[in-house]
Design a protein around this ligand. Structure first.
Ligand SMILES: *[C@@H]1O[C@H](CO)[C@@H](O)[C@H](O)[C@H]1NC(C)=O
Ligand SMILES: *[C@@H]1O[C@H](CO)[C@@H](O)[C@H](O)[C@H]1NC(C)=O
Ligand SMILES: *[C@@H]1O[C@H](CO)[C@@H](O)[C@H](O)[C@H]1NC(C)=O
Length: 452
């Protein structure tokens, strides 16, 4: 049975493709990471705020009214996609976020924008293809309306669709919901033009989460979630309803390029990589139709399975708990009972001097000054997902430098009664992840990141 949200897919015409021949079976977008990478402490503060917000909105409300969450709330340690939008194309950096649905960019209403610096906001008046949605357009029902929006008068021509998103910390983005032509590089290197991609043109953006330093130079968010308005949903019907990415280690210098690939295809090498994927079913949570849930079954530390009650991983009747795979959250979060056992096992096993002081929000930190290969001291974490897929990240995916010579466990506790576990983007580094939406499964592989 499909949840209702999938039906609403049909409210939205699929983004159609012009000027691309049929041999383009998939889209490939470089994923960038902007420096400077914020400190893990900053990342944590932002992650926590985001999670708090995600938890807040997880109420049993009809999906058409539920606020679509922007990954902007996390704003740090993010991977970006360069999207060209409008005609002529304007180039903007968007956060690639599997934890939200909406595609939105900062917009400026200027008529003569020559005194604005380019590539910091989108100028809809400079685009011949910008088309605001009418408030009566079915697509408008997929985004939350401002609380004091005028009632939609469907006989009036100029009744545009307004949207508004609020954040737990009081941040807001609001503006017009509409459609635009976007240009993307395809696998062959040619530009593909996608018409009628639905997106939010944000005129008013306020608050820490979506502006200022914490937004880290982003101009918007590319929501890749499971909801009908996400970029993945809109493009999935044209290119194949799956996408994949490999998040490269951000500490490497120069930073390697990784790709977000939307669609099915992609040459021999990719098929090779895909053949090595381990799969686990994606679960749906009717209370949070945006997220990609996977079912964690157990955690082992150096091969010893921790005694975690299986109920710890369940999504409960009110939609709490469960485990989400999110590119828009930096650190990882584990349900508290599991977290405590991981922490205890690590404390017992790691023979490194403790840091004199713990940075705020971290529970386990070591002073590695004079230690030549600290990763040798760190135990191996092993996550077993349902279906038998086993995820064994290297220690650098869960120990991170918080300051010079100090490394901390990059996993935090979350209460599964009002939150959920998260496999964040640091934990995903160096693995190819494939979100196969049609077959409702998540694949991953340690090999496959070497792909161009
Ligand atoms: C836009 O502004 C610039 C500088 O302020 C001016 O030189 C130009 O003529 C203006 N263009 C239009 C179309 O108004
Ligand atoms: C809707 O707009 C039309 C045309 O502008 C107007 O005649 C009509 O009174 C409006 N209806 C309402 C309910 O405001
Ligand atoms: C780490 O250990 C070194 C050597 O013992 C010491 O000099 C330094 O102050 C310690 N740093 C912190 C942040 O604890």
């Amino acid at each position: 049975m499909f949840p209702l949200i999938f039906l609403s897919l049909f409210l939205l015409p699929p983004a159609n493709l012009a000027a691309v021949s049929n041999d383009h079976k998939y889209l490939k977008l470089p994923l960038l990471r902007k420096s400077p990478f914020p400190s893990p402490t900053q990342a944590l503060a932002l992650d926590t705020r985001r999670l708090h917000f995600l938890a807040l909105r997880r109420k049993p409300i009809p999906f058409v009214k539920s606020p679509v969450v922007s990954g902007a709330a996390s704003g740090s340690g993010q991977y970006f996609v360069d999207l060209r939008i409008g005609q002529p194309p304007q180039s903007l950096l968007l956060i690639a976020d599997t934890g939200s649905d909406l595609v939105w960019v900062k917009c400026s209403a200027c008529r003569n924008c020559s005194h604005h610096s380019p590539a910091t906001v989108f100028f809809p008046r400079h685009s011949s293809t910008f088309s605001p949605a009418h408030c009566y357009d079915p697509v408008c029902r997929l985004v939350p309306q401002p609380s004091r929006a005028p009632k939609c008068n469907h006989t009036r021509i100029h009744s545009t669709c307004h949207y508004e998103y609020g954040y737990a910390d009081g941040s807001l983005t609001s503006g017009l919901f509409g459609r635009e032509t976007t240009s993307l590089k395809t696998s062959s290197g040619k530009e593909a033009k996608l018409k009628n991609v639905a997106f939010g043109c944000g005129f008013r953006i306020s608050g820490q989460s979506v502006s200022g330093a914490s937004f880290n130079g982003a101009h918007g968010v590319m929501g890749l979630g499971r909801g009908p308005i996400s970029f993945a949903s809109q493009l999935g019907r044209r290119f194949g309803n799956k996408f994949s990415y490999c998040l490269m280690d951000y500490t490497l210098s120069p930073p390697p390029t990784s790709y977000l690939i939307i669609g099915d295809g992609g040459g021999g090498e990719r098929i090779n990589a895909v053949s090595k994927l381990l799969f686990t079913p994606l679960l749906t949570n009717p209370f949070s139709p945006t997220f990609y849930y996977a079912k964690l079954k157990s955690i082992s530390v150096n091969g010893a399975k921790l005694r975690i009650d299986p109920s710890v991983w369940e999504i409960d009747d009110s939609g709490n708990g469960g485990t989400v795979v999110d590119s828009g959250t930096s650190l990882s979060f584990l349900a508290d009972p599991a977290y405590r056992l991981v922490l205890a096992a690590f404390r017992r096993r790691i023979k490194l001097p403790n840091a004199d002081e713990l940075p705020p929000g971290f529970d386990l930190c070591f002073n590695i000054s004079g230690v030549s290969k600290p990763e040798k001291f760190y135990p191996r974490l092993k996550f077993e997902f349902s279906g038998g897929a086993v995820f064994v990240p290297p220690p650098r995916n869960y120990f991170t430098d918080t300051e010079e010579q100090i490394q901390c466990l990059a996993i935090q506790s979350v209460n599964p009664k009002d939150g959920f576990s998260v496999i964040g983007n640091l934990m995903q580094q160096g693995f190819l992840f494939e979100f196969d939406r049609d077959r409702s499964r998540l694949g991953f592989s340690r090999r496959g990141c070497a792909l161009p």
